[in-house]
Design a protein around this ligand. Structure first.
Ligand code: AHG
Ligand code: MN
Ligand code: MN
Length: 364
C-alpha cells in the first residue's frame, strides 16, 4: 500500500506538544513507549495458538490467581511484563500499578525515576482470548506528588488514589481485526490504526465524537436478578421498544471485552452498563476504578459522552484502594444522564409500576 500523508502517532504527539513550549518531551516519550508495548501485545495476540500463549498461566502447573481472585491467563502475565519492560527504563515514570500486580511496581534502582504514574489493565477481556474474540489494553497516566519527585522515595498505594479528573492522558489499544490505539491527552480523542507494514500507528480517526442519541445498550443480562431498581427500570424501558415509554426499539450487544464495547460506542453511539449489583456484597461492581473506569471515562467525556457510577460522575470519585471495583455506566450522554436521573429519583413504589408487573422480563 502506498504511503499516505496521514500523521503518524509520533508526528501527532510532536505537533500537540508545540502547544506547550516548556514541555520536556517526557510525556511524548512515555506515550510512544506505551504504544510500543501495545504493538508487542498485538503481535503476541495475533499469533494465538502458534505462539504458545493460549490458556492459563501455570507457574507450578497449579495456575496463578491475581489480587482480584481471577485466574491469570498466560497473555495477562505476558502483557503485564511487556508494559513494564517497555516503559520502566526511560526515566519518565515514578512507578506503575496494574490489574495483575497486587502492589505498586517500583522502578528498579538502576533506572532514573520520573514524574508520571502509569496505571493499566494489560489485557482487558482476557476471558475472550481463547475463543479469538477482540481484547485490548487500557492505560491511564497521572502525575506523581511533588514530594515523590523530590525525595525519590518508593511509592505507596496512596500515591495512586487520585480522582479521574487528575488524569493527564488515557487510552486503550484494541486488538481486533485491525489494531487501534485510541488516545486522549485532554484535548479530544484521536484514533490511530496500526499499519501492519510499517508497524506505525497512523491517525485515522481525528477528533472522535460519540453520537448523542442511540438505540443500542450493552449489559450482562444474566445478572438482572441482582440489579438495583433504577437499572432494571432502564433496561425494561429499552426492552419495551416502540410501544414502551421510550417509543423506539433498542438493540443489545455484549462482547465481554469492555475495550471492544467502548470502541463500538465511540464509533456509533450506545450505552454500556456494568452497574453495582447485589451478586456479591464484597464487590461493589465488576470493573476496576483506576485502570478501567477512569481511563474509559476520560475518553468518553473527551468525546462528548459521559461516564458515571449512576450516582455521580465517574471522574469525580475519590479512590480508596488500588484495585477498587465500582459500578460503571458510560456512553452517549443523553442515555447516561437518563440512568443518573433514574438513580436520583426517590424509590418508586414498584407494585404501581407496570414495568415490574407480571409480564415484565426483568420482574423483581
Ligand atoms: P479483565 O479481562 O481485564 O478482567 O476484564 C474483563 C471485564 C470487561 O472487559 C468485561 O466488560 C467484563 O469483565 C465482562 O464481565 P462478565 O464476564 O461478567 O460478562
Ligand atoms: Mn479489564
Ligand atoms: Mn485484564
Amino acid at each position: 500500500m502506498p504511503l499516505t500523508n496521514r500523521s503518524t502517532l509520533t508526528q501527532f504527539l510532536i505537533e500537540e506538544r508545540r502547544r506547550f513550549p516548556g514541555a520536556s518531551g517526557d510525556f511524548n516519550a512515555l506515550i510512544l513507549d506505551v504504544a510500543l508495548a501495545c504493538k508487542a501485545i498485538s503481535r503476541a495476540v495475533a499469533f494465538g495458538e502458534l505462539g504458545g500463549v493460549m490458556g492459563n498461566h501455570a507457574p507450578e502447573a497449579g495456575g496463578s490467581v491475581n489480587v482480584q481472585g481471577e485466574t491469570q491467563k498466560k497473555l495477562d502475565v505476558l502483557s503485564n511484563d511487556v508494559f513494564i519492560r517497555r516503559t520502566e527504563w526511560a526515566g519518565n515514570l515514578a512507578g506503575m500499578a496494574s490489574e495483575e500486580m497486587d502492589l505498586p511496581y517500583q522502578i528498579p534502582k538502576q533506572h532514573p525515576r520520573g514524574k508520571y504514574l502509569l496505571v493499566f489493565d494489560p489485557l482487558d477481556g482476557s476471558s475472550n482470548i481463547d475463543v479469538n474474540v477482540s481484547v485490548g489494553s487500557i492505560f491511564s497516566i497521572l502525575r506523581v506528588g511533588q514530594d515523590v519527585v523530590e525525595s525519590g522515595r518508593d511509592l505507596v498505594e496512596a500515591d495512586f488514589l487520585q480522582p479521574g479528573t487528575r488524569q493527564v492522558a488515557a487510552g486503550y489499544a484494541l486488538y481486533g481485526p485491525t489494531t487501534m490505539l485510541v488516545l486522549t491527552v485532554g484535548d479530544g480523542v484521536n484514533g490511530f490504526t496500526l499499519d501492519p507494514n510499517l508497524g506505525e500507528f497512523m491517525l485515522t480517526h481525528a477528533s472522535m465524537q460519540i453520537p448523542k442519541e442511540t438505540q443500542e445498550f450493552a449489559i450482562n443480562a444474566s445478572n438482572s436478578r441482582f440489579w438495583e431498581a433504577p437499572v432494571k427500570r432502564y433496561v425494561d424501558e429499552c426492552l419495551a421498544g416502540k410501544t414502551g415509554p421510550r417509543a423506539k426499539d433498542f438493540n443489545m450487544r455484549w462482547i465481554a471485552s469492555m475495550v471492544a464495547e467502548a470502541h463500538r460506542i465511540l464509533m456509533r453511539g450506545g450505552v454500556f452498563l456494568y452497574p453495582r449489583d447485589s451478586k456479591d456484597v464484597t464487590k461493589p461492581g465488576r470493573l476496576r476504578l483506576l485502570y478501567e473506569a477512569n481511563p474509559i471515562g476520560m475518553i468518553m467525556e473527551q468525546a462528548g459522552g459521559r461516564a458515571s457510577t449512576g450516582r455521580e460522575p465517574m471522574l469525580a470519585v475519590q479512590p480508596t484502594s488500588l484495585h477498587q471495583r465500582i459500578g460503571l455506566v458510560f456512553g452517549s450522554r443523553c442515555e447516561v444522564e437518563r440512568i443518573e436521573r433514574y438513580h436520583a429519583e426517590p424509590a418508586r413504589a414498584e407494585e404501581n409500576n407496570p414495568l415490574f408487573a407480571e409480564r415484565s422480563l426483568f420482574r423483581v
